[in-house]
Design a protein around this ligand. Structure first.
Ligand code: TRP
Length: 366
């Protein structure tokens, strides 16, 4: 079996073990060169490969790019918001932004029709992306199935640069549906460097560790490719946000996530039912304090709902000393989520027509 299965269940934690094993560098070493972003300050983005090369390009005024993909898996929740916040960060840094809608991968590995995949991409992802501040006019957004002849030809021809041993060692089983979508993903990752997009340039792919097998093999393809020069793609790694009940956040378990389209009432109910790090009795809680690291409400605050570090630290202090109770922490989260969802859903409503028009003008699915 492979060490990491990009199509299977994600493994939470053990991040430092994987960093050692796969040669991922700690992000702290280059922290001063990066934007002041809560994901970096809070260790949510913990590692990278070759990001320094991209920062050098930025400092020199040279072109650099960021690419990510949308795997349409169901409703858009706070776990998915992590990548959107990172797209915004790189857009502000001046990166060229590319977003691949992974309809071929969904078709091949999730038993979806292309129509279902596209519908989810538009309704659940793009509308929320735009509401969160992504400007579609300034990015290269495409569906894999319509990526163009050059893109899909390269995807097919990349096969020449990889061996069966490498595929099996990296992915475990190498079944055709997965392998062809993996090759399309290598083309996605190298697309910002295609000659029609200005040629070779440092490119970063912000991912969860589950996608690292694809990154490693794309780097291998980039190294061996002969028909043009590619810079080996850089990557950053973010921790997975855990589910509200502890353990994995999963699209198939509605109580594990808050969707950005959940009603305020639903969201508050999910917070009420969330796993906390509070102690069983008031007496014990006051004496020993909460286990903040095991509190899923605190995790939601730290990942998304509190931007100000001082405010977050004050809560951590009071909660871990036992001064603050779980109910009080939940109250804070419920106020924040109400404010966030109300505003976000208003923006999503506003974005809806714009996104539909954008799709109609730019894509022809017949
Ligand atoms: N495989 C990715 C996922 O499951 C989606 C994806 C497709 C992607 N192409 C990509 C991610 C290119 C990063 C870069 O989420």
């Amino acid at each position: 079996m492979a060490d990491i299965d990009p199509w299977g269940d994600v493994e939470l934690g053990n991040y430092s073990e994987k960093m050692d094993k796969f040669g991922i560098e700690p992000i702290e070493e280059i922290e001063e060169r990066l934007p002041d972003h809560r994901f970096i300050r809070r260790g949510i983005i913990f590692g990278h490969r070759d990001l320094d090369e991209l920062l050098d390009a930025r400092d020199e005024g040279d072109d650099f790019a960021m690419i990510t993909g949308i795997m349409p898996s169901g409703v858009f929740h706070f776990g998915h918001k992590c990548v959107v916040d990172q797209i915004k960060m790189y857009q502000e840094m001046g990166a060229e932004i590319t977003i691949a809608a992974a309809d071929i991968e969904a078709y091949n590995t999730r038993n979806m029709s292309l129509e279902e995949a596209r519908e989810l991409v538009v309704e659940e992802y793009l509308k929320n992306y735009v509401a969160l501040g992504i400007d579609l006019e300034n990015i290269d957004f495409y569906f894999q199935s319509q990526a163009g002849n050059d893109h899909l030809a390269k995807a097919a021809m990349f096969g020449r640069y990889l061996t069966q041993n490498e595929m099996e060692a990296t992915y475990g089983n190498a079944d055709p549906a997965k392998m062809s979508s993996a090759q399309v993903q290598y083309a996605d990752i190298l697309r910002p460097q295609f000659s029609e997009n200005g040629g070779s340039k440092p490119t970063v792919v912000p991912v969860g560790i589950d996608q690292d097998p694809h990154i490693r093999l794309t780097r291998e393809v980039a190294r061996k490719y002969r028909d043009q020069e590619f810079v080996k793609p850089a990557s950053t790694y973010n921790k997975f946000m855990r589910g509200l009940q502890g353990g994995k956040m999963s699209s198939s378990k509605p109580k594990s996530y808050i969707a950005l389209t959940d009603s305020v009432e639903e969201a508050k109910e999910k917070i009420d039912q969330a796993k906390t790090g509070g102690k069983d009795s008031l007496e014990e809680h006051r004496e020993k304090g909460a286990d903040v690291e095991e509190d899923m409400v605190f995790e939601l605050l730290a990942f998304h709902l509190i931007k100000d570090d001082e405010e977050l630290e004050r809560i951590r202090r009071e909660y871990s000393s036992g001064e603050m109770l779980s109910g009080e922490l939940k109250q804070i989260a419920k106020e924040k989520i109400e404010e966030f969802l109300t505003e976000h859903q208003r923006k999503r409503e506003e974005a809806s027509e714009e996104v539909e028009q954008y799709i109609e003008e730019n894509f022809d699915f017949n």
